[in-house]
Design a protein around this ligand. Structure first.
Ligand SMILES: [Zn+2]
Length: 657
């Protein structure tokens, strides 16, 4: 379809009607933060939210990647749509009459708008027809089913608009087309009738079924669910996908549940229509039903718009199929949960009951108690891993540990992950408090992201080869690394001495990387520096100005060091002077500080790397696979650290150090 040129009035009206929070929350989980909302930026990868939305300004801004704009720009960038496409979409959504600059196109868009309202109308009329049929003699069987099997009151039946589709192939068709004069195509587009394949004509989509209308959030009928009253298959039949109805974007009873969800700040999702209806009838009204087993991201985002603390309770059947259904249902939204964007709890009712059965046997208060006690999704998964496993059996212990590691690896949120590492370590320690930190260390080593995991199962010969390969390209034979350290430490000291304004940065870099000067003459000089500084502060009574104390450091040190006319003094005295080459280093002091401190850290890190390499090469991994794995993982951690440090040093590797 060709996109028309839009009338400026239309654009203006769309801008006025559009709510940016409404638009963005369909794509991003937003939390209230300050005057606006915050969430994870959809335009760049991030783990902590820097994307903010301001309802007062109707603007978004990302502090991570600087993306910003209004609702229209958001949709354009997200979907790579043109301006007109986005404005048209929003016009449909907010029911803004479209004016284009070409009259024919204007008519076409008006037709589309009015077709939507005609679809709503015919669906509403069909729903009234079904409700009426429920109260006729032919609907008695359906009404009996609702009242005795489901124990629903007339009031609840009315509240949910439950109805009955009479048997016969053309009952609804005749009523709507012959009696009410609706066009046949409209009925077909609404999913109410189907054309016959073998001959001309149409037949009713729902026949001899109990009818459950499905409403959108604004309370308009958009489709139906039909339950068989006999042996017909399928037991439940939903309207086909139409312009208005899409299973993955709809939640049953959300129109009735939304205010309770925001009041109670949590939503319960059940599997079946009648679970939701029974809970509402029992006064638990923050409940919706998914229309298939799997819960889509879109459905969840719809729900999350109503709950500020993003609490979702999934109440699916607890039998084996139900457990698998829960796992399946969560699949798509798992990422949200691992990132900590939604607080997901899993409620399995005892004896595999569904909510409807449970309420007929027990009270709503019992149900609410279970809701309160429902485990968080991660805890639930851990429970599932532990079900009927005996940790005292070595093979089962191993299996459980592996599953836990796999689970922990998926948790993106660092705080959450640390919490669960501790928790899993406690489980694996089986009550022996002395083992907890060892297990924790073990888990930590194993969940560090590591693509070369398979490498841990190498032969000894392969290991040696791997060891040689991985140290090739490093710079540290005994002489090499001493000279590197010598240069790096000297650079830091020289900067400290000659650039008073960089002294804080030097101290900070050492502290941050947990470094000390390791060559004895440098340690000597550093000690003198600290003591001189200390004395100056002690003598502050003499009112020496800060500038004076800093500038004076070198001469003070020289006086002080004269007392130590030894070898160490000889090794550091060149640091008190600046020549042409070292002058260069002082000019770009902050880069030099970074490179030099990274080099010092790298030398330490390589020592550790070699230590673990040796341990790993020497261990017999068939005898102690766990320890071997631990060494290998530690090796990988050090290896990654080395790579990172090399990147930090890179800019200066050739000309500085
Ligand atoms: Zn961003």
């Amino acid at each position: 379809m060709q996109i028309p040129r839009l009338h400026p009035d239309t654009i203006e009206q769309v801008k006025q009607r559009t709510d940016i929070v409404d638009v963005i929350s369909e794509h991003v989980v937003l939390r209230k933060g300050g005057k606006g909302f915050v969430g994870l930026c959809p335009f760049h990868q991030e783990k902590s939210p820097s994307f903010s939305v301001s309802p007062t300004k109707q603007m978004y801004h990302c502090f991570g990647c600087n993306a910003s704009g209004d609702a229209i720009k958001f949709l354009m960038e997200l979907g790579k749509h043109s301006f007109s496409e986005v404005v048209l979409d929003l016009a449909r959504r907010y029911q803004v009459p479209v004016q284009t600059l070409e009259p024919e196109q204007r008519q076409e868009f008006q037709r589309q708008l009015s077709r939507a309202s005609q679809l709503y109308e015919v669906l509403a009329v069909a729903s009234q027809f079904y409700q009426h049929a429920l109260r006729q003699p032919q609907g008695q069987i359906a009404l009996d089913y609702l009242q005795s099997d489901r124990q629903l009151s007339l009031e609840t039946i009315q509240q949910f608009g439950l109805g009955y589709a009479p048997p016969g192939w053309e009952t609804l068709y005749r009523y709507l087309v012959e009696h009410k004069r609706y066009p046949v195509q409209l009925l077909e587009q609404a999913g109410l009738i189907r054309s016959r394949q073998s001959q001309d004509g149409y037949y009713d989509y729902f026949r001899d079924r109990l009818i459950i209308p499905i409403y959108d959030t604004q309370g308009r009928v958009i489709g139906f669910g039909g339950r068989t009253l006999g042996e017909d298959q399928p037991k439940y039949l939903n309207s086909p996908e139409t312009e208005l109805f899409s299973k993955g974007k709809t939640l049953f009873a959300l129109d009735q549940a939304k205010s309770a969800i925001s009041q109670l700040d949590s939503a319960i999702v059940v599997e079946g229509y009648f679970d939701a209806i029974a809970l509402h009838a029992a006064g638990i009204t923050n409940v919706v039903a998914s229309l298939g087993t799997a819960l889509s991201l879109e459905q969840v985002r719809m729900l999350l718009r109503y709950t500020e603390s993003k609490q979702l309770i999934l109440n699916f059947d607890a039998d084996l199929a139900g457990t698998q259904a829960s796992a399946r249902a969560i699949k798509e939204i798992a990422t949200l949960a691992y990132r900590g964007e939604v607080q997901l709890r899993i409620l399995n009712l005892p004896e595999g009951k569904d909510a409807d059965e449970y309420l007929r046997a027990l009270t709503p208060e019992h149900y609410l108690k279970l809701v309160k006690a429902a485990p968080l999704w991660l805890d639930w998964q851990i429970q599932q891993i532990l079900v009927s496993q005996d940790l005292k059996s070595a093979s089962q212990f191993q299996q459980v540990a592996q599953h836990l590691v796999k689970l922990l690896k998926q948790i993106d949120n660092i705080d959450t992950r640390n919490h669960y590492i501790r928790h899993c370590a406690e489980i694996l320690s089986m009550g022996d408090a002395r083992l907890v930190s060892r297990q924790e260390e073990n888990l930590l080593a194993q969940i560090a992201p590591n693509k070369n995991y398979a490498k841990s199962m190498l032969t000894k010969a392969q290991k040696q080869a791997a060891g040689q390969a991985s140290t090739a390209g490093s710079f540290t034979d005994a002489f090499g690394y001493r000279s590197l350290l010598e240069q790096a430490e000297a650079l830091l000291l020289r900067i400290y001495l000659h650039c008073p304004e960089q002294r804080g940065a030097v101290t900070e870099a050492l502290k941050e990387r947990d470094l000390e000067f390791s060559l004895s003459h440098h340690r000597f000089l550093w000690r003198q520096i600290l003591e001189t500084n200390h004395n100056v502060i002690q003598n502050a009574g003499h009112r020496v100005s800060t500038a004076e104390t800093q500038l004076d450091l070198i001469s003070r040190l020289q006086v002080r060091c004269l007392e130590f006319a030894g070898e160490e003094m000889a090794l550091v005295s060149h640091l008190f002077h600046v020549d042409e080459k070292t002058q260069q280093d002082l000019l770009r002091a902050s880069q030099v500080i970074q490179a030099a401190s990274a080099t010092m850290e790298r030398v330490l890190c390589e020592k550790q790397y070699r230590h673990f390499l040796q341990l790993w090469q020497e261990i017999d991994e068939t005898a102690d696979p766990e320890r071997s794995q631990f060494y290998y993982e530690s090796l990988s951690i050090q290896k990654r650290r080395l790579e990172k440090l090399d990147r930090q040093r890179q800019f200066s590797l050739t000309d500085l150090i």
